[in-house]
Design a protein around this ligand. Structure first.
Ligand code: ZN
Length: 603
């Protein structure tokens, strides 16, 4: 046993001695024999520099380049190596204040004395050239080759998104260093991992004057940065440009979708900004300006704006009544200006031919008819609770009340109240169908977002199903999320869609239709106007539509805030978008001009 222990000790001793000999030999080789090391030990230092990868480019659905890169340089700092320097001169070269320079140095030290931090990002060329010449006066600083975003368009800012400095927490993750940029919103954020590529590492020889002397050991120890993956979006950038132009000087949103795939063709929020404003050194100044703008250009109304669905919900209520068998499509209702309910209350209607059935009630948007439809649906069940739950579950199957699980990292789910909400508001057992009658015409508690409304148009176009609206079409050498190719069926049977679609076609085709003035010759558009009551000011103008009626190629939702009825602004704008997409020419130039030049921001 002892012998065995002794021999193990000898083996360990032997290994130890061999290791020491190897180390001595290596040191001898480095310091005495190898000239490369010899040179570097006398005059040069080796500095590991990360090599930034260029981000992937972003294209539209037709291969048009939307976002690319341009060369830029970042000033980096390794706090441990910093020696006293001329602060004022550095301020001049970086356009930073003395206070900023001190704060940045302190922050970099707190982050790590040994690891590099970004000191100043995306230096303009003339500055980076000047800094390069004077680097010997700024020990511990060096320039890192990088790229910054270059935009080929002035539109789609909210979809593209912008880059910003990584959060403090994230800066300690393996991939990032303090001051690095990452996608903060839009596609830049949702597909950050694919777009950012892979950093490389270069061992750089630096002389005593802080000048780089090229790669150490002929770059044998370097790894190359890998370009980020290019992304093709579902956007039609020309249609996006056109849609943004129609929405200039207006507040609201346009979302258009290809129904057969759920691909988002345009996603407009207005007002917005030029994507260039959120890049480069003016970014934080511009961000504050936009943030403080009273019309909130940073707020993405298409995804986050919650509005009442208004009259387009009459389509959903029709489909629910058809599915539950609570409506006879042949029966007519006489509309004499409104629907009486409760104690002498009346839900008013507007002028239209007196007798309406389901189809024509959609065409003229008769409130009286849909109040009747609501009441007969509710009378089918034993209690208002049972009816409400049946109704609510149908509504949910249209994608209302949830985030839709799309590929944007911001959004709102809207609001579908539970019956307990009414119990709390009116007390349990004290509310009935007429208490919540306003939901029969899409006013009241229910709230939704423009993207959900575009999805509704898409569902009707598809006669009962949808794909999650999404903006990713292709990622080079990668796959797109599987959830975007999954069909979601509503709780309504396909055969019930025919009559509501016929009614929607007449909205534009029939002289009594609420959007007859927006009819486009040669295109069978099916649409529905809406007017959302707004307690803070004028009504919001709403229109949802799809076209052509058979084999639909585009479904659209338009919201124009404080613009009045749906027929005034939203319907003309939606039909112009449809005409542009399907025909690529506009047959109504006067209407087009009126829409483009209309200014509703001061209302
Ligand atoms: Zn009516």
């Amino acid at each position: 046993m002892n012998n065995h222990l002794q021999s193990r000790r000898n083996v360990i001793k032997g290994i130890f001695i061999i290791v020491v000999i190897i180390l001595i030999a290596k040191l001898f080789y480095i310091q005495i024999i190898n000239s490369e090391y010899k040179r570097s030990s006398k005059n040069n230092a080796i500095r590991p520099e990360t090599q930034q990868a260029a981000r992937g480019e972003i294209y539209d659905r037709n291969g048009k380049l939307i976002v690319s890169n341009k060369a830029s340089k970042d000033l980096m700092v390794i706090p441990r190596e910093v020696v006293e320097f001329d602060t004022l001169r550095l301020c001049e070269l970086t356009e930073l204040s003395v206070k900023d320079v001190r704060t940045k140095l302190k922050d970099a030290k707190n982050y790590s004395k040994y690891i590099e931090s970004v000191f100043s990002q995306q230096l303009p060329l003339q500055f980076s050239l000047q800094i390069e010449e004077e680097l010997n006066f700024f020990k511990g600083f060096y320039l890192r080759v990088n790229t910054s975003r270059d935009y080929n368009v002035k539109v789609a800012a909210h979809i593209i998104g912008f880059l910003g400095e990584v959060d403090e927490e994230k800066s300690h993750e393996k991939y990032y260093t303090k001051g690095d940029l990452e996608g903060k919103t839009g596609i830049e954020s949702s597909y950050e991992k694919q777009l950012r590529g892979k950093k490389g590492m270069k061992m750089v020889l630096v002389d005593a004057l802080n000048r780089t002397q090229g790669s150490f050991d002929n770059g044998k120890h370097d790894t190359l940065a890998v370009h980020g993956k290019n992304i093709t979006t579902t956007l039609d950038i020309d249609l996006q440009k056109y849609s943004e132009k129609l929405m200039q000087n207006k507040i609201g949103a346009i979302v258009s979708i290809e129904p057969s795939s759920g691909e988002i063709l345009t996603l407009v929020t207005s007002p917005n900004y030029n994507p260039k404003q959120m890049t480069g050194r003016a970014r934080s100044k511009n961000y504050s300006l936009l943030y403080n703008d009273v019309n909130k250009p940073l707020f993405n109304r298409a995804l986050n704006g919650t509005y009442p669905p208004a009259s387009p919900l009459k389509i959903v209520n029709s489909l629910i009544a058809l599915q539950e068998g609570s409506v006879n499509v042949h029966n007519h209702v006489a509309c004499n200006g409104g629907f009486e309910f409760g104690n002498n209350k009346i839900m008013r209607c507007h002028e239209h031919p007196n007798l309406v059935n389901l189809k024509s009630a959609i065409t003229v948007s008769c409130n009286t008819y849909f109040c009747n439809l609501w009441e007969s649906f509710y009378s089918k069940y034993n209690s208002v609770y049972e009816s409400y739950d049946v109704w609510k579950e149908h509504v949910k199957s249209f994608g209302f009340g949830n985030y839709l699980n799309n590929d944007f990292n911001s959004g709102q789910k809207g609001f579908i109240p539970e019956s307990s909400y009414f119990d709390e508001y009116y007390r349990k057992g004290r509310w009935k169908s007429s208490t919540i009658l306003s939901m029969s015409i899409g006013q009241g508690e229910l709230l939704c977002t423009p993207i959900q409304m575009a999805n509704l148009a898409s569902i009707i176009a598809n006669r009962g199903f949808y794909y999650i609206p999404h903006v990713i079409k292709r990622i080079d050498n990668d796959t797109i999320p599987a959830r975007f190719s999954k069909k979601h069926h509503t709780s309504i049977n396909p055969q019930h869609f025919k009559i509501v679609i016929d009614g929607m076609e007449q909205v534009l085709e029939n002289i009594d239709g609420t959007a007859f003035m927006s009819k486009v010759k040669g295109i069978s558009i099916c649409g529905k106007t809406g007017t959302a009551e707004n307690p803070h000011g004028d009504d919001h103008s709403i229109f949802i539509a799809f076209a052509p009626k058979e084999k639909p190629e585009i479904a659209v939702a338009v919201y124009v805030e404080n613009a009045g009825g749906g027929a005034t602004w939203a319907a003309p704008i939606a039909t112009l978008v449809i005409e542009k997409y399907l025909n690529n020419t506009i047959s109504r130039p006067i209407l087009e001009e009126k829409m483009i030049n209309g200014n509703l921001t001061n209302k």
